[in-house]
Every structure is written in structure tokens, then in C-alpha cells.
Design a protein around this ligand. Structure first.
Ligand code: APR
Length: 229
């Protein structure tokens, strides 16, 4: 089991230039979530949904990991097998910083493609289109391998098992507004586990954490990792 479980959100990628969702100018202020991040939206207009994720995939590929991603990768390297990153983010900046094992993308990943018919998964091309045939069953029902609202996040059993047995739960760069991730701090506290929030400003769940550090992740995360190494 892991000593430390770290939940990351859009705030850890904000200083890499990737938008958050609920900040001023966040993604959900520019797009209607129900049209681009729900199964119903995909069924109604798959071209619009693919266009939305093609743009986010391009942004993520053009962005680079920042000091916060690198600091977390350093922590994992220094304590192999002891630090689990559970990310809500669908970018691959943690991986590109060096966090290639002990990482769970609970909301899926822009680098993944999924067939809505046969369930086949393969590495997503830079751009996806509704007419793309599935490499396995050839049906034109391909989608980004992203967990939409109303769908079950991935690997929840592993996440809850790690949460209930770790020594420290840390939430970094997340507003604490979307469940089940927003409930992880309560799970940890119920198990008597120390909890820490590292965020630009107090999140909606700030009062649930034992400790909090506020400021930009590229400063606060390396500082925190420095206290452990
Ligand atoms: N450093 C640290 N924290 C930051 C920074 C920064 N530079 N910039 C923004 N933040 C914080 C904000 O204060 C906010 O609390 O990051 C958080 C971003 O919150 P959201 O935009 O709600 O993103 P997130 O919590 O990851 O959303 C969770 O909602 O829409 C769904 O699936 C989507 O995974 C996403 C989930």
C-alpha cells in the first residue's frame, strides 16, 4: 500500500497554460458542459465533442509539465512504490514529468481512444472524427477515452483501497466540487488519516482538511516536496 495518496486537479496544470474549469475564464465558462462532457452530448453531436477534445488534446500536447509536476515526479522517484498520484486531469503532464507508474487517471486521458461499441482501447491520434472506424470492430463509434459526467470514474476500487490505508492524503489544485474525488478527503479523515490541501486559494472543501497551503502550485508543491526529501 502507499504512504502518500495525492489527488491532483486542473490547478496543477494551470501554470502550464492549460485552462481550469471553474476559475474565471475556465473551460466551463466557455463551453456548455452538457454538450461536450456527457454521453447525451456525444450522442447528439459527436463532431462537436470530438472537436472539443481535439482542441484540448492539441493544447495538452503543446504544453509542458511545470515545476509542480516535476516535484511530484521527484517525490515518487525518491520513494518508489510509496506515493500514488490519482489525477482528475486528462492531460499527460504528470507522465511527461516522469510520473509513469503509480498514477491513476480517474477521469480518463486525452491520449486514449475508446470504441463505444466493442470497448476496444488504443492510443488516440492527434485528431479524432466521428467517421473514424474502430481498429478492432471497424464500426464508426470511436470516442475519447474520457469519463464524462454521469459515467463511473476509472479504478475506484484501487483508489479507495489506497485511500483507506495511506498515511497522508494530499489534494493539489482541485476545487473540491466534483464527486467522487471531492469526497476523498472525508474518506481519509474517516480512516484517521492526515489530510493536506495545496491550492491557489481555499477550495470548497478547505475546512475538511487538517492543514492547508495556499499559493501557485509551481511554488507550493516544490516547497512541500522539499520538506519530505
Ligand atoms: N496553483 C494551484 N491551484 C490553482 C492554480 C495554480 N496556479 N490555478 C488554479 N488553481 C486551483 C483553483 O483555485 C481551483 O480550486 O485549481 C482549482 C481548479 O478547480 P476546477 O477548475 O474545478 O478543476 P478541478 O477541481 O480539477 O475539476 C474537477 O471537474 O469538470 C470536471 O472532469 C473535470 O476533472 C475535472 C473535475
Amino acid at each position: 500500500m502507499y504512504d502518500i495518496v495525492i489527488l491532483t486537479g486542473a490547478g496543477v496544470s494551470a501554470e502550464s497554460g492549460l485552462g481550469t474549469f471553474r476559475d474565471k475564464d475556465g473551460l466551463w465558462t466557455k463551453y456548455d458542459l452538457s454538450e461536450v462532457a456527457t454521453p447525451e452530448g456525444f450522442a447528439a453531436d459527436p463532431a462537436k465533442v470530438h472537436g472539443f477534445y481535439n482542441a484540448r488534446r492539441a493544447n495538452a500536447l503543446d504544453a509542458g509539465p511545470n515545476a509542480a509536476h516535476h516535484a511530484l515526479a521527484r517525490l515518487q522517484a525518491a520513494r518508489p512504490g510509496e506515493v500514488l498520484i490519482v489525477t482528475q486531469n486528462v492531460d499527460d503532464l504528470h507522465e511527461r514529468a516522469g510520473s509513469t507508474r503509480d498514477i491513476i487517471h480517474m477521469h480518463g486521458a486525452l491520449t486514449g481512444a475508446l470504441c463505444a461499441s466493442c470497448g476496444h482501447r488504443w492510443p488516440a491520434p492527434r485528431e479524432m472524427h466521428p467517421t473514424d472506424p474502430c481498429p478492432a470492430c471497424t464500426r464508426p463509434h470511436t470516442r475519447p477515452d474520457i469519463v464524462w459526467f454521469g459515467e463511473m470514474p476509472y479504478r475506484m476500487d484501487e483508489i479507495y483501497a489506497a485511500l483507506s490505508a495511506c498515511g497522508l492524503f494530499v489534494a493539489i489544485g482541485t476545487s473540491g466540487q466534483v464527486y467522487p474525488a471531492a469526497g476523498f478527503v472525508q474518506e481519509a479523515r474517516a480512516a484517521g488519516i492526515e489530510t493536506l490541501e495545496i491550492n491557489l486559494e481555499p477550495s470548497d472543501g478547505a475546512s475538511l482538511f487538517h492543514r492547508a497551503v495556499h499559493g501557485p502550485a509551481t511554488q507550493t508543491v516544490p516547497d512541500w516536496v522539499g520538506t519530505l526529501l
